[in-house]
Design a protein around this ligand. Structure first.
Ligand SMILES: [Zn+2]
Length: 125
């Protein structure tokens, strides 16, 4: 489980540390960037929200052709969905232009990982 530790020092500096819950907090993370020790620390469970990436689809299809005519799909992208820190990913089957992939990403932004994986697989996007 991914968690956030939120710390505040006596001088009002606030910072957060994100990591797996099984890792014990260490002394260094409890010092602000100005060198003050934390006076409060609170633990929060991270929501299981989807991570969204755009994978460029460009590829060299014929290296013997003149420059500028060797490549294909240079302006196309796959949409890639993952869990933060996870290894499983769901990749769109289709290619999208920049504006299209941005619009598609907005359909998944702020949603839970499992819901997004299911929607992407069922939709044939
Ligand atoms: Zn401080």
């Amino acid at each position: 489980m991914r968690i956030y530790w939120l710390y505040v020092c006596d001088f009002g500096h606030a910072w957060h540390i994100e990591r797996d819950d099984e890792i014990v907090p260490n002394f260094a993370e409890q010092i602000c960037s100005k060198g003050h020790p934390a006076v409060t620390g609170s633990r929060h469970v991270a929501m299981d929200l989807v991570e969204i990436r755009f994978r460029p689809a460009g590829r060299v299809v014929n290296p013997k052709r003149p420059p500028g005519k060797q490549n294909a799909y240079e302006k196309d992208f796959h949409l890639v969905l993952t869990a933060v820190g996870g290894t499983e990913e769901v990749v769109s089957q289709q290619l999208y232009k920049w504006r299209e992939v941005l619009a598609l990403a907005e359909r998944f932004q702020g949603r839970l990982v499992e819901e997004c994986f299911r929607r992407m697989r069922e939709s044939g996007l």
